[in-house]
Design a protein around this ligand. Structure first.
Ligand code: B12
Length: 173
């Protein structure tokens, strides 16, 4: 699978998107191709980067403060890459999964920790299997937001690898 992970930051603080670095590392370990995009505000080249990468799946990490930018990026990307699947995770989608999924027109939302959930999601999408049995998701079913059930917290975060750097702005700072 080709996966673009996007941190739609709306500030210029130089902080790496830790959650996405962890998710990128476990997906790469499973053999997926991962692009991690961390554009500064106003940097619209990132949309071209994502289009060139041609992902099967786009995942956005969203804090509430970053929601307007995430929304704008999703709308632009969906026009340019209409066949890709779109998902989101992080604090805001975890707190408001149904609202985020409906407003952004997502294929699913990841609730809570994303590493193991995204590993299972990518494995299933690559095999053409359905996502209903993957715990930790909220899926759209007949116009309703349906949770697949809680995923137990991983015992310790440092049991996962963490990727070094991202594909765009953060690694260049
Ligand atoms: C460290 C921290 C900071 C640091 C570093 C932030 C960074 N960019 O890394 C600093 C001090 C810079 C900071 C700043 C701010 N922070 Co802060 N911060 C935290 C804190 C304590 C931990 C975040 C963290 O690194 N977690 C560890 C990583 C690995 O977890 P994670 O990012 O959540 O990702 C996991 C899951 O959420 C999920 N996931 C995340 N994204 C995605 C995407 C996809 C596609 C998928 C599938 C899954 C997924 O999978 C990841 C791995 O399991 C949290 C509180 C908390 N306990 O979570 C607050 C928190 C995130 N911060 C918060 C806020 C408000 C801010 C500021 C806006 C404060 C301000 N007024 O300036 C700024 C925004 C900065 C920014 N835009 O990045 C709020 C967000 C609330 C909200 N509704 O969104 C939190 C929740 C604190 C709170 N309780 O209010 N913060």
């Amino acid at each position: 699978m080709r996966v673009s992970l996007i941190y739609a930051r709306s500030n210029t603080s130089i902080q790496p998107p830790l959650g996405l670095l962890w998710i990128a590392a476990v997906l790469e370990q499973d053999g997926h191709h991962v692009q991690l995009v961390d554009p500064l505000p106003g940097d619209e080249r990132s949309v071209d980067d994502v289009e060139r990468f041609a992902p099967d799946l786009v995942g956005l990490s969203i804090l509430t403060t970053e929601y307007p930018r995430a929304r704008q990026l999703t709308q632009t990307l969906k026009k340019r890459l209409p066949t890709a699947r779109y998902c989101a995770g992080g604090v805001h989608p975890t707190a408001l999964p149904a609202e985020t999924m409906a407003d952004l027109g997502l294929d699913f939302v990841v609730v809570g920790e994303g590493e193991r959930t995204m590993q299972e999601v990518c494995e299933r999408l690559a095999n053409g299997s359905r996502l209903g049995e993957v715990r930790g998701l909220v899926l759209p079913v007949n116009g309703k937001a349906v949770p697949t059930g809680p995923r137990p917290q991983s015992p310790i975060w440092t049991s996962y690898p963490c990727r070094q750097g991202t594909s765009s702005t953060w690694s260049g700072i």
